[in-house]
Write a protein of this length. Structure first.
Length: 202
């Protein structure tokens, strides 16, 4: 949507299908951890409907707007032509994109001097952040790669060989990346790819 702040100044916002309702800022109280963490694994429509209903009951306008936006994004993704399955990785990717868009919008509003609207975007971004699983640490990814290498036989434990023990064949790189991404859907794809590349056979 386009919002005009000052004469001749047009600011384009991203990531919204609907106008913010009267610029309202909901009061974020207790984080519904058990509820928001169960989106993954199917039945997302029913779960989101329940989350929307609960936030409306608590008069939490910001959460209601966020949950409705997620539902719209998931629905559009699932209905798209030749769409891939709306699995955990896809859900995480969609919510990450929505979060990043709102942080960008918050900065744009702040630059334009609209601190009230910037606060709305920041609040929505924080709610979206709550829904995302924690990204794995570097140590966790290294451990997962080692376990995968042992399982696949991509490992050289001969102490006489002055080489890294994890030896992934170049033609197996795609499989390694896919396996790690499946284990940690919230992980940064580039970090996984770089880790696998660093352990390829010459």
């Amino acid at each position: 949507m386009n919002l005009r702040f000052k004469e001749g100044q047009m600011v384009k916002m991203t990531g919204h299908d609907d106008m913010i309702v009267e610029g309202a800022i909901g009061i974020i109280t207790d984080v519904q951890t058990e509820t928001v963490k169960v989106l993954w694994g199917g039945m997302w429509n029913d779960k989101l409907n329940a989350m929307i209903a609960d936030s409306m009951k608590k008069h939490d306008t910001t959460r209601t707007n966020v949950y409705r936006a997620i539902k719209t994004a998931f629905t559009n993704y699932a209905a798209a032509k030749n769409a891939k399955p709306l699995d955990e990785a896809a859900e995480i990717s969609i919510i990450k994109k929505m979060r990043d868009e709102r942080w960008a919008n918050a900065e744009t509003y702040q630059t334009a001097g609209r601190m009230d609207l910037s606060a709305v975007e920041a609040d929505e971004a924080e709610i979206l952040e709550e829904l995302l699983p924690k990204e794995p640490t570097k140590e966790e990814l290294n451990t997962a790669l080692l376990e995968l290498a042992l399982d696949k036989g991509w490992y050289d434990d001969n102490e006489e060989h002055d080489i890294h023990p994890v030896q992934i064949p170049k033609n197996q790189m795609g499989i390694a990346v896919k396996e790690l991404k499946a284990k940690y859907p919230a992980a940064d794809g580039k970090k996984i790819a770089d880790l696998v590349k660093a352990n390829l056979c010459n």
